[in-house]
Design a protein. Sequence first.
Length: 239
Amino acid sequence: MRVLVVTAVPAERDAVTRAFGGGPEVRRVPGAELHRAGPFDVLAGGAGPAAAAAATAFALAASPASQPYAAVVSAGIGGGFAPAAPVGSLVVATGIVAADLGAETPDGFVPVTGLGFGRDTFLPPESLVRDLARATGAVPGPVLTVSTVTGSAARTAALLAAHPGAVAEAMEGFGVAEAAERFGVPALELRAVSNTVGPRDRDAWRIGDALAALSEAFGKTAPVVESWTRHDRLDRHRD
């Protein structure tokens, strides 16, 4: 069984496929291109949770019923919360969290679950997160999905107060997980840290280093995911 990987932009997609050398096989699906490399079908679905959810849903719907995806991975670069996830490190989500989905009130931000509807967190399979962290050296912890990249110390502090232990923020994970959930497919999030969450300083970003770390990570991720999908199929067969 194959694994769908959804990135925001082509540079992230190409960093994933580069882990396997050569030119990936390319095929069209509604609204995107799938680049096949190793056990992964990789697409650049666009920035933000809405684009990510739409791209993921199209790709999952286009998958033949006889060849369903075993998992979906939201992947790319992101901002890391210091000191847990320094620039150049990897993070793997223990929880994929919609950090700004909710309402502002006189008493502060209330998540959508506090309003009495919806959900704000998806939990990837614990065993797979653990194995990926061990294989890649990624820091495990909640990864926050935001629609606006954090650019101030005050916002950084507010996010950490609301989500203690968060290791990174990005813009697509929750959208990918939302679509995957509706197809009954487990979702993961794996990020390489290109910058520190906080006051915006583009001169301090290390995008090239983060993309190189992402390539290296996916070379180590393939055997872990393949092993997990085999065991997952056996477990479901026994059930």
